[in-house]
Write a protein that binds this ligand. Structure first.
Ligand code: AKB
Length: 343
């Protein structure tokens, strides 16, 4: 699917398009690690720069990708962000650096710094850069994920639409709501091409990164290792989810969508909803002897403030979003990948 999207993207730009230079922040996080190879396929291997707060060890980089340009970049450091964007003449920023919900409740001030100040630094650097493209000067465009965490306890919880009360009760949710508002502001005020998706829980075989929806990945890991798994949410708490591959495809589809197709800068996006007991039933289809227990902790309150399900009909209508993976497809796929990693 990347090749198909690449062809239509290149075609839509016309013959004489300038090459893109893409800066990815948080490139070694849960989404970044899987997103990097796809972005390199789409924009060209040497045109994508991976950045993160700490540079991974050389062997890790070499193992993962050939000729990868990597830089150490703290998004809270305004000067360093500006310098990176200017030095590489960046035309597009994929801003993934963030602190997720559960870790954000443990370190709320740090989460505010990274998620709020970091995002402002990115938008400012994108606005300032003004790269020459085909004779005209253009700001860098920005894709930055938002989250279902922008919704709060007073939001209607079933089939939550895009335009609805957003009064989040977590620092992560507050910062993602701020990101959406800032992105809309930079778009309206300066014409900056900002695009965002409100991701649900994103499921993959890679290590989870401090989120509330990560209980699913914990259950998969433990089920495989011990035939016994524990959910840190109660069995009946329903949340929306999607497979990492669907998440990355939705991001690319939005990034390459022609501007005239978009009726908004931020879209709800989802695949399906599930409870911990449904996840357990799904695991049992592949590991019949597995047992589950439910030991809710502080993350229960976060989960209770989020929607059970999300209405993503605007994304489906405007740029043709369709998910490919349902719960059992994901369970099978992730259990297979985890089993292969252990061999
Ligand atoms: C989290 O649980 O914090 C994230 C999210 C839903 O944004 N996965």
């Amino acid at each position: 699917w990347v090749q198909g999207l690449r062809q239509s993207y290149v075609k839509s730009l016309g013959e004489n398009h300038q090459k893109e230079v893409v800066l990815v922040t948080g490139a070694y996080g849960q989404i970044g690690r899987d997103f990097m190879p796809i972005l390199r396929q789409l924009f060209g291997e040497s045109n994508v720069i991976a950045s993160d707060i700490a540079k991974p060890t050389a062997s890790k980089v070499v193992e993962t990708y050939d000729n990868l340009k990597t830089i150490e970049l703290d998004v809270c450091d305004k000067g360093a962000v500006r310098d990176a964007v200017k030095t590489f003449k960046v035309t597009r920023i994929v801003h993934l650096a963030t602190m997720l919900s559960a870790v954000g409740e443990k370190l709320p001030i740090k989460a505010h710094d990274v998620n709020v100040q970091g995002t402002l630094n990115i938008l400012e650097a994108a606005r300032e850069i003004k790269v020459s493209t085909n004779g005209s000067k253009k700001m860098a465009s920005v894709f930055a994920p938002s989250s279902i965490a922008v919704f709060g306890p007073s939001t209607p919880q079933d089939g939550t639409p895009d335009d609805v009360v957003c009064a989040p009760s977590t620092m992560y949710g507050i910062s993602k709501h701020h990101l959406e508002l800032l992105g809309n502001y930079y778009h309206q005020r300066y014409g900056l091409d900002f695009r965002s998706l409100r991701f649900p829980g994103v499921l993959s075989a890679s290590d989870p990164g401090g989120g509330t929806t990560d209980y699913v990945m914990d259950m998969y890991n433990e089920a495989l290792k011990y035939k016994q798994c524990t959910s840190f949410l109660s069995e009946d708490i329903e949340l929306p989810f999607m497979h990492m591959e669907d998440c990355l495809r939705s991001a690319i589809e939005l990034i390459v969508a022609p501007n005239n197709k978009l009726t908004r800068r931020v879209y709800n996006i989802t695949a399906f909803s599930a409870t911990p007991s449904q996840v357990y039933e799904s695991i049992k289809k592949f590991i019949p002897e597995v047992q589950a227990q439910y030991e809710p902790d502080f993350r229960e309150e976060i989960a209770l403030s989020w929607p059970n399900s999300v209405d993503d009909s605007f994304a489906r209508r405007d740029w043709g979003w369709q998910h490919a993976y349902d719960l059992d497809d994901i369970t099978k796929d992730i259990l297979d990948s985890l089993a292969a990693e252990r061999m």
